[in-house]
Design a binder for this molecule. Sequence first.
Ligand SMILES: [Cu+2]
Length: 134
Amino acid sequence: MTATCEPTRTTRRVLAVGLAGALLLGLAACGSDSDSDDAGGSGGSLPPGDVVITADNIAWSTDELQAPADTDFTIVVDNQDSGVQHNLDIKDTDFKTELEAGVSAQVLQINLPAGEYDYICDLHPNMTGTLTVS
Ligand SMILES: [Cu+2]
């Protein structure tokens, strides 16, 4: 009994080491695969812009935005509320996006003199914030 068991254990150990090595090689290959996936995926999900503000659950992700004065600057409005319309309206300026139902993303290009501007979603009076241009 003892004599037949020992070779079996040895064989299993060799198999286990071989499997571990194969797994490590597999993990390394997976790692490089997911790296290239990330590079492609993150670029395609949202249009390019200088800053992103997200609408989620009828609320902005931030009530403070900042932009450089007298410079073209793009704000990506990321509406995550499926079937709910939002827009970004920078009050007392001509800059605003059209109301659009989510899930969607819009780009607002602004160019403003220094100052503080209130922004709001025209449909949701609670969705407010301050854009500081300096
Ligand atoms: Cu809204």
